[in-house]
Design a protein around this ligand. Structure first.
Ligand code: KG4
Ligand code: ZN
Length: 367
């Protein structure tokens, strides 16, 4: 079936066109179109995402991105535009409420027209977190319709899934694609949020994750011993506000560490702060994920969310998975931060499960 997916939960207006086939035991996806209009430059001067600015930008960008996807070259390979769709999938939450409404209303409007022509078509509400979670499915080869699933289900589950984004840090045990249990989550800041806040302290632009990663490459990850909050705690919960505060205090006491202060020494110290912070933040994630993997004898680790773009995190989990002789699966680099493709993937799974979510903005929707 053909799915148009719409994502507007934060600061990306992202649409995708997918061809989805297969049952829940082996869903497969072919990406026919994928357009992301990023608002980073609009929010950057404010150091973070401003909800009403996000709404304004989504309203402006949605028709443009839609035209690009439906009217553009992407559509020519599969058929005559909107009316050939079988489903529209739209993020209903969690996210910024004003931003979510823009996507939801846009999807409803499109669906009105689609429904007139194709009575069997569906409007599917998607949980953004399921979008991240299921994005590991994009790691499989999709070139040919009959290409095999990456790894048979029997060798995939039980799995431990780590979702790490700007708003969430969640560890799950999955018994199948549709059956999971939340093991733990952050009690305060999300890990991506900590990256963004520490970057701000170092005078680096928003979003901070890629900036910290870049600066960290030049620093010594063991130069400063920042705390590893809750690393020895029995629970699978996380906490990132204490680590963020430690960096704040360190920078208050070592003003020369701020990279923009100018001198070579300060650049080096700034890099050491970035590298040491990153090391501390990632060590907690990796330690808890590995502990859960051992406890639940899981056969694979799935990593997703914007922070999954962090190369060091991917490498560490890859190394640990090799040691444990299990699979490590993370989405290809383009599908870690918010995108429409993952919403199409999760939309297809919801469609197969006949899950009817309310088509309204649900800012605090949980997994
Ligand atoms: O999933 P996402 O695009 O949006 C949310 O659902 O929150 O995640 C965005 C988060 C931001 O906090 C950003 O700084 C972080 O992902 N991020 C990274 C990297 N790339 C993006 N964090 C660490 N290292 C990266 N390379
Ligand atoms: Zn996200």
């Amino acid at each position: 079936m053909h799915i148009l997916a719409i994502e507007t939960s934060c600061d990306e207006t992202a649409l995708a066109l997918l061809e989805a086939t297969g049952a829940l035991s082996a869903p497969r996806f072919k990406i026919l179109g994928n357009v992301i209009s990023s608002q980073i430059e609009v929010h950057r001067p404010w150091g973070g995402v401003v909800p009403n600015l996000a709404k304004r930008e989504h309203l402006k960008n949605l028709p443009i991105v839609f035209e690009e996807i439906i009217g553009g070259p992407a559509s020519h390979s599969w058929g005559p535009g909107l009316l050939a769709l079988d489903a529209i999938a739209v993020t209903v939450g969690p996210g910024l409420e004003p931003a979510l409404w823009t996507g939801v209303n846009f999807a409803k409007e499109l669906y009105k027209n689609l429904k007139k022509k194709n009575k069997k078509s569906k409007l599917v509400g998607v949980n953004h977190l399921e979008g991240h979670l299921y994005s590991f499915l994009l790691a499989q080869k999709t070139e040919t319709p009959n290409s095999k699933f990456l790894i048979p289900n029997s060798r995939l589950f039980p799995a431990i899934a780590l979702i790490v984004s700007g708003g969430h840090t969640i560890l799950l045990k999955m018994d199948s694609l549709t059956k999971w249990k939340k093991l733990g989550e952050t009690r305060d800041d999300a890990v991506g949020e900590a990256f963004d806040k520490v970057a701000k302290m170092l005078d680096l632009p928003y979003p901070g994750g890629p900036e910290i990663q870049r600066l960290a490459k030049q620093g010594n990850p063991h130069a400063i011993e920042f705390p590893r909050p809750m690393i020895h705690d029995k629970s699978y919960d996380f906490s990132y506000s204490g680590l963020k505060t430690s960096v704040l205090y360190y920078l208050r006491d070592h003003k020369e560490a701020r990279p923009l202060a100018g001198s070579r020494v300060s650049q080096e110290l700034g890099a050491d702060v970035a590298a040491s912070f990153q090391e501390a933040a990632l060590e907690v994630l990796v330690t808890k994920t590995v502990r859960a993997t051992k406890e639940y004898k899981s056969k694979s680790i799935f990593l997703s969310g914007g922070v999954a773009a962090n190369v060091s995190l991917r490498e560490k989990l890859e190394i640990e998975s090799k040691k444990l002789k299990i699979s490590f699966i993370a989405p290809p680099m383009d599908f870690n931060t918010d995108n429409g493709v993952m919403i199409g993937v999760a939309g297809y799974i919801s469609y197969l499960r006949k899950k009817n979510r309310r088509i309204t903005a649900q800012a605090n929707l949980s997994l």
